[in-house]
Design a protein around this ligand. Structure first.
Ligand code: SF4
Length: 293
């Protein structure tokens, strides 16, 4: 793993593409991801982003934006005004192309410092997304931010199994991540489980029952077909993920599997599909709701 300290000139990126439906800005404290060689890295939508890779292999590098908090302070007012002029909330997706709580965070604490900066310069909406139990180390700060803005924690749990055949283990086990849901929900924080990209499930009813019991507020379901930036999932088709999914349940390769699982999930929780789901738009069995717009 090549770890490089870098200085950034901007840290709040104005949303484009599908993110426009989710937030006004994304914030990525790192470029690359230390979990890139774990199972989530295989189906990671970012691994195809040539602009970020710059010829490097996904999972082989992390660029650390060591001055991210300073740049946040410097630019936040202008970006807040930009959102206001657009007539949209100043809403930050943290993070869209890296994991804020990846292993190097222990050493560099970039995410931690940016969260502290946000306590002074508070966004309207803050979405924190991770695969990692390391987020618990920032619990105090996150609880404080939750009192100041509309905050939700997105925990990525693609399926109910720790590993699929032929893939490496995930950053944290499914049990550890469900425990995370419980930790945040028990403190009154909105927690959404993101199944993105959706993996084949062994026992959907049991899985969603566990999510309900842990206090999850909703679940977002996204399939690699349409989710990886191509209409037909052709980028993901080039990885080991489809074969791993197929060896478990070939149905899971079809986009219709997303609807099948969403129908079951709606018996338990509000469900968001793809980008609208990441934006906090969910539907339940009986009635459509829009949460936290
Ligand atoms: S943790 Fe997130 S950003 Fe990192 S490899 Fe996994 S899916 Fe990609």
């Amino acid at each position: 793993m090549e770890i490089r300290e870098t200085s950034c000139t901007s840290i709040l990126t104005r949303a484009s593409g599908y993110l426009r439906r989710v937030c006004s800005h994304s914030l990525n404290p790192y470029v690359g991801c230390g979990y890139g060689n774990s199972s989530c890295g295989e189906g990671c939508y970012v691994r195809f982003n040539q602009w970020l890779l710059r010829g490097r292999q996904w999972g082989s590098f992390v660029d650390v934006k060591v001055n991210a908090d300073t740049v946040y302070y410097k630019t936040v007012q202008a970006e807040r005004l930009w959102a206001a002029r657009k007539g949209i909330p100043f809403s930050i997706f943290f993070s869209s192309s890296t994991d804020p709580w990846q292993p190097v965070e222990r050493k560099f604490r970039v995410t931690h410092r940016v969260l502290n900066a946000m306590l002074e310069e508070v966004p309207d909406i803050l979405i924190l997304q991770t695969h990692s139990s390391m987020i618990l180390e920032d619990m105090k700060c996150i609880v404080a931010l939750d009192r100041l803005c509309d905050l939700r924690v997105h925990i990525s749990i693609e399926g109910d199994q720790d590993s699929l055949p032929g893939l490496p283990p995930p950053p944290c086990s499914v049990d550890q991540r469900i425990k995370l849901v419980k930790e945040f929900a028990s403190r009154g924080i909105t927690v959404v489980v993101c199944m993105s990209p959706l993996y084949p499930l062994r026992d959907p009813d049991y899985f969603f029952t566990r999510l309900v019991e842990s206090g999850a507020s909703a679940v977002v379901i996204d399939h690699f077909i349409g989710g990886d930036g191509t209409q037909d999932g052709s980028r993901t088709q080039r990885t080991r993920l489809p074969l791993a999914m197929k060896s478990f349940d070939s149905q899971a390769l079809e986009l219709s599997y997303r609807e099948k699982i969403a129908t079951i999930a709606r018996n338990y929780l509000p469900v968001g599909i793809s980008a609208p789901g990441f934006a906090g738009v969910y539907s339940s069995k009986m009635v459509s709701i829009t949460e936290k717009t």
